[in-house]
Design a protein around this ligand. Sequence first.
Ligand SMILES: N[C@@H](CCC(=O)N[C@@H](CS)C(=O)NCC(=O)O)C(=O)O
Length: 191
Amino acid sequence: MLTLYDAARCPYCARVRIVLAEKDVEYETIEIDLGNRPGWIYEKNATGRVPVLEEDAWVLPESAVIMEYLDERYPEPPLLAADPADRAHARLRIFRHDEFTAPYYALRRGENGARARLDEQLERLNSALAVWPWLGGSAYGLADIAYVPWVLRARDTLDVSLELYPSLEDWLARLLERPAVAAEAQVVAAL
Ligand SMILES: N[C@@H](CCC(=O)N[C@@H](CS)C(=O)NCC(=O)O)C(=O)O
């Protein structure tokens, strides 16, 4: 049985929850209180951060690595394209996610100018999604899962309207048709 050291409010954990749901993998959750992390979490991950995936005595931190591990370990349905160029494109998106998440966190901290920086990033995603239906290109997959937790939280917890970004809004609507993403929207609604 897989164990996920998890936190409902953590968007990195959300990535892993969505992949597990897409793959229909059974797992148990250990909820970590981020405001009062247990000391033993450092034995699972030297940074003390979640998510951490565990199977028997084997542990794996880092959401981007966990997502790819799960995609290889449970190949159906595939969440990375078969074509190497398409896989690279999705990986590049995931690698550069902090261009989007940095202004999100700046806005959460109430920093000056953060909203404008986030708007710029929303527009970048919107432009990409006007060309391709998904962030990884022609098919839904890990790149979409890597970004949607922050887009949902920006919309639902930071009051960021997506109306000005129609392709992004349409992408989110298509994502929310997927039970795995809809379940995450429920988690966000309950935060
Ligand atoms: N690079 C890590 C980041 C994970 C992360 O920052 N998790 C946050 C919760 S959303 C955390 O555990 N924060 C505790 C801390 O920074 O001390 C990943 O992708 O898994």
